[in-house]
Design a protein around this ligand. Structure first.
Ligand SMILES: [Zn+2]
Length: 747
C-alpha cells in the first residue's frame, strides 16, 4: 500500500477568511475572488437574445438554439462568466476508447453524451464574450437594478473540482488569456453535467454527470481525457529541486519547521502558485531569497497554500523560506500518531522529485527515523539532532518518532536493516521477512542503491514505503493468522523499494506498476523464497473470488469493474471506490501471474523468460518513471511478438471468462487413449483468447502438461494420444488464467 496523494474525487474546499492571510489592496487575492463569486451580479448592459449559436471545444459541441444569454459583471475588466436560459443542447464525446467505455457505463450504454438543456453556465478565458455580443448585440435595459446571478449556479463556484483552482489562479489571479473552459448544463428533468477544459493539465478534458436529479450536486467523475491536439504538451509551472527542512519537535510533540524550497520557474506568466501543506500546520511567514515577505493565503480546512511568487521569468531560480508549525503528532501510551505521513512539508504537485536535506531536533527520550541516509547524529542539551539526506531526487519524504526499541538484521548480502518497534511479539519474523524479501528481490529484479533500510512501526492498519524507510502496521507485529497475509504485507512494503520507488510510475494510470507489481512480488516471495506453494495458491484463489464477486456486484449496479489502467481513478466515483484495492492490487497481481504462466515452459518448468522481462524492465527504468506502455514494449522485446491482445484484455479491459470444460476418453485400436476435449468460452467477446495449461494425471501418479490456446465461443479438439489411461484432467492448471472453470459431463 502507499498513499494516494492527489484525490481525484470531488473535494470540497471552503474559502473562509484565514487569520494567516496577508491581503495586499492592489492585487487580486483568493479572498477577493471569493467575494466576487459571492456577490456575482448580472451585467445589465450585457443581456442578449441568441438564436442558433454553436460553441465547440475539444470533444464538446454546445448549440444555443434560442434563448437569452446574460454575462456576469467583469472581473478586472474581463468578462469570464455567462448564463444562458432557453433551449440548448450539449454533445460530448471522449477522446479515447477507455474513456468512451467508461462514459457508456454512466450514460445508459451510449458512447457519446447528448442532451437538451434549459440552463447553462459557462466560464471561459478567451474572447467568447466579445464574439457573442458582436453577433447578438445586447438589449438596452431601462432598469438599473442589480440582478443577482441565479443562485443554483453558485455551487459551481463554491464546490471545488479537480481543475477549478488552477483555472481560477491563471484566469483570475494571474489575469492570463488561455483556453480554460467550464460548462455546467441543467435540464428540468434531465441530468446535470459538467465539462471542463484545463489547458495546463496533461489530460485537460474532464466530464462529470450528476448522480440523480438536477438539484443534486453530487457528481460521478466520469472522464479525464487527453487532448487530441498534438501541440498540447503542458509543462508544470514550477519545479522544486531542493527541499531543506529544519525541524524541532518539543516535549509536547509540537513541530516548528523552517522549509527552504529551491524552485525553478517554468513559465513567464505565473504569479500565484499553490502548494500542499497539511491543514493543521499554520504558516507564520514566507520569504523570498532576498528576505522579502511574500503574500500567501492558507484557506481554512484545506491542505493548500497559495503563494504570490510574483512576476517570474522562465528558467529563473528562486528560494522560498516557509516558516510554519503545529501539532500533528499525538502520543497515546507508547504509540505516537502522526496525522500525515507526507503532507508535513510544503510540496508542489504530487509527482515531482526533489533532493532532500532534513535535520530533526527531538527530545532525547525519543527515536527519530527518516528517509534516505542518516549522515549525522549528536546528543546535545537533552536533544538528539539527526540529519538525513538522499543522493538522488525522490518523490515523498516521511519520518517516524517514538520511544522505539531497535533490532538489526544480521543477514549477509543485504544492507543493514533496522527495525524500530514498540510491539515486540513478532518482531523477529517481521525483520526476517524484510531481509529475506530484500535479498530475493535483489536477485530477481536487480540491486538497489540503498546503504540502509529502516522499518518503523505505526499505529495504523496500513503500510507505506519511502526511499530507505518503511512504515509497517502494528498488526504485522501481532500476526496471529497463519494465512501468509502478514508475511506478504511485510514483503509488499519491502517490494516498493523496487516498484514505485526504484522504478516510479509515470501517471495515475500506471499505478499497477507500483501496487500490482509489488503485490505479486510479495506472493512470489511466499512461493519461491519461503517455498509455500499452498499459501501462494490460496491467496490467488481467494483474490480470484473477490475479483469475480466485485465484477458481479458492479454489473448489478449498472456499471462494470474498472480496468487496471484507470489507475487511482478507480476510486473516483462512489460506485467503484471500494474496488481500488481489488483492481489495482489483486487483479494487478493476477495479471502479472497470468503473464508469468503464459511464459512458463511447461516441459521444463523453466521461468527464465518471465524473470528476464522483470529484471530488464526494472533495470531499464530504475531511477526513472515508466508507463504501462513501456512495460508492454519490454515484454514485446523479449517475446518478439505483439502482445497488445493481452494488455487490451487484462489491463485496459475488465472481461473475465467463464470456461465450461468437458472431456471423454476413448481407447484406440492400437491400445492408446484418445482424449476429446470441449471448451465453451462465456461472458467474454468471441475473440477473447488465452493460453491455458492442461494437466493430465495418470493412474501411476505421473503427469504431463500441454498448453492450449482457447478463443471463440466453443472449441473441440483431441489431446495427443496417451499411452495409458488418464486418471484426471485439470483444465487451467496452476491457476494460470483469472477465470471461472465449470467442469461438465460429456453429453
Ligand atoms: Zn503498496
Amino acid at each position: 500500500m502507499s498513499y494516494i496523494f492527489r484525490s481525484l474525487s470531488v473535494g470540497v474546499l471552503i474559502l473562509l477568511c484565514s487569520a494567516a492571510s496577508i491581503i495586499a489592496a492592489d492585487s487580486p487575492t483568493y479572498m477577493s475572488i471569493e467575494k466576487y463569486f459571492d456577490d456575482l451580479t448580472i451585467n445589465n448592459k450585457a443581456i442578449s437574445t441568441v438564436e442558433g449559436y454553436t460553441i465547440t471545444r475539444e470533444g464538446l459541441t454546445i448549440v444555443l438554439s434560442s434563448g437569452t444569454i446574460s454575462f456576469a459583471e467583469p472581473w478586472n475588466d474581463r468578462t469570464h462568466i455567462a448564463y444562458f436560459t432557453g433551449v440548448a443542447s450539449l454533445r460530448y464525446m471522449p477522446t479515447t476508447k477507455v474513456e468512451t467505455d467508461r462514459l457508456a457505463q454512466y450514460n445508459e450504454g451510449q458512447k457519446s453524451f447528448y442532451n437538451e438543456f434549459t440552463d447553462m453556465v459557462l466560464f471561459f478565458n478567451d474572447s467568447l464574450y466579445e464574439n457573442i455580443v458582436k453577433k447578438f448585440p445586447p438589449q438596452k435595459l431601462t432598469s438599473t437594478e442589480k440582478i443577482k446571478f441565479p443562485h443554483k449556479f453558485k455551487d459551481l463556484f463554491s464546490t471545488y473540482f479537480e481543475h477549478r483552482e488552477i483555472i481560477w489562479s491563471h484566469s483570475l489571479l494571474d489575469a492570463r488569456r488561455n483556453s480554460s473552459f467550464h460548462c455546467m448544463a441543467y435540464g428540468e428533468r434531465l441530468k446535470t453535467v459538467l465539462y471542463e477544459f484545463c489547458p495546463t493539465e496533461p489530460e485537460p478534458i474532464s466530464f462529470y454527470i450528476s448522480k440523480t436529479t438536477a438539484d443534486n450536486f453530487e457528481y460521478n467523475f466520469v472522464n479525464l481525457c487527453p487532448s487530441i491536439n498534438p501541440a498540447h504538451n503542458p509543462e508544470e509551472e514550477l519545479t522544486v529541486t531542493h527541499n531543506t527542512l529544519d525541524i524541532k519537535i518539543d516535549n509536547g510533540l509540537k513541530m516548528a519547521v523552517t522549509s527552504q524550497l529551491r524552485i525553478t520557474v517554468n513559465s513567464d506568466e505565473m504569479k500565484w502558485s499553490s502548494f500542499n501543506l497539511y491543514e493543521d500546520l499554520t504558516i507564520e511567514s514566507i520569504k523570498d531569497e532576498k528576505g522579502n515577505s511574500l503574500e500567501f493565503f492558507q484557506p481554512d480546512e484545506s491542505n493548500k497554500i497559495w503563494i504570490h511568487i510574483g512576476a517570474s521569468k522562465k528558467g529563473q531560480n528562486k528560494t522560498l523560506t516557509v516558516k510554519y508549525g503545529g501539532k500533528i503528532i499525538k502520543r497515546i501510551y507508547d504509540y505516537t500518531i502522526i496525522e500525515t505521513s507526507i503532507q508535513w512539508y510544503p510540496t508542489y504537485g504530487y509527482k515531482q522529485k526533489s533532493l532532500f536535506d532534513i535535520t530533526f531536533a527531538v527530545p532525547d527520550n525519543y527515536k527519530l527515523i527518516s528517509i534516505g541516509n542518516k549522515v549525522s547524529e549528536e546528543k546535545k542539551d537533552g536533544e538528539i539532532i539527526s540529519r538525513w539526506t538522499v543522493e538522488y531526487p525522490i518523490r515523498n519524504a516521511s519520518f517516524n518518532i517514538g520511544p522505539f526499541s531497535t533490532a538489526v538484521s544480521d543477514r549477509k548480502d543485504v544492507p543493514p536493516i533496522t527495525l524500530h518497534y514498540i510491539n515486540s511479539n513478532n518482531k523477529k519474523n517481521v525483520l526476517t521477512d524484510i531481509a529475506q524479501a530484500y535479498e530475493f528481490y535483489t536477485k530477481l529484479f536487480g540491486p538497489l542503491p540503498l546503504q540502509s533500510l529502516n522499518a518503523t512501526e505505526i499505529p495504523y492498519t496500513h503500510g507505506e514505503a519511502f526511499p530507505g524507510m518503511l512504515h509497517l502496521s502494528w498488526l504485522t507485529f501481532e500476526d496471529s493468522d497463519n494465512s501468509g497475509a502478514w508475511q506478504s504485507f511485510n514483503a509488499h512494503e519491502t517490494g516498493h523499494q523496487w516498484w514505485g520507488i526504484g522504478l516510479d510510475y509515470k501517471t495515475y494510470r500506471d499505478r499497477w506498476l507500483s501496487e500490482g507489481f509489488t503485490e505479486y512480488s510479495s506472493l512470489m516471495y511466499l512461493q519461491m523464497m519461503l517455498g509455500d506453494n499452498k499459501k501462494f495458491f490460496d491467496i490467488l484463489k481467494n483474490t480470484r473470488e473477490k475479483i469475480i464477486n466485485a465484477k458481479k456486484q458492479r454489473k448489478s449496479d449498472g456499471v462494470d469493474l474498472c480496468p487496471i489502467s484507470l489507475g487511482h481513478r478507480v476510486a473516483s466515483t462512489s460506485l467503484t471506490r471500494e474496488d481500488y484495492h481489488t483492481v489495482i492490487y489483486e487483479k494487478g497481481a493476477w495479471t502479472l501471474h497470468m503473464l508469468r504462466n503464459i511464459l512458463l515452459n511447461l516441459n521444463t518448468m523453466n521461468e527464465d523468460a518471465f524473470k528476464t522481462i522483470m529484471k530488464d524492465f526494472f533495470t531499464t527504468y530504475q531511477g526513472k518513471s515508466a508507463s504501462i506502455a513501456d512495460f508492454q514494449k519490454i515484454v514485446e522485446k523479449h517475446v518478439k511478438q505483439d502482445v497488445s491482445w493481452f494488455f487490451e484484455q487484462w489491463v485496459h479491459g475488465s472481461d473475465i471468462p467463464v470456461y465450461h470444460f468437458a472431456f471423454k476418453t476413448e481407447k484406440t485400436p492400437d491400445d492408446k487413449f484418445k482424449v476429446h476435449v470441449r471448451v465453451e468460452q462465456k461472458e467474454v467477446p468471441p475473440d477473447f483468447k488465452m493460453s491455458i495449461p492442461i494437466k493430465i494425471v495418470f493412474e501411476n501418479g505421473s503427469s504431463a502438461r500441454i498448453r492450449v490456446f482457447i478463443t471463440g465461443a466453443k472449441s473441440e479438439f483431441d489431446l495427443p494420444p496417451l499411452a495409458s489411461a488418464p486418471k484426471e484432467i485439470i483444465f487451467n492448471d496452476l491457476e494460470s488464467v483469472l477465470a471461472t472453470v465449470k467442469i461438465e459431463d460429456w453429453e
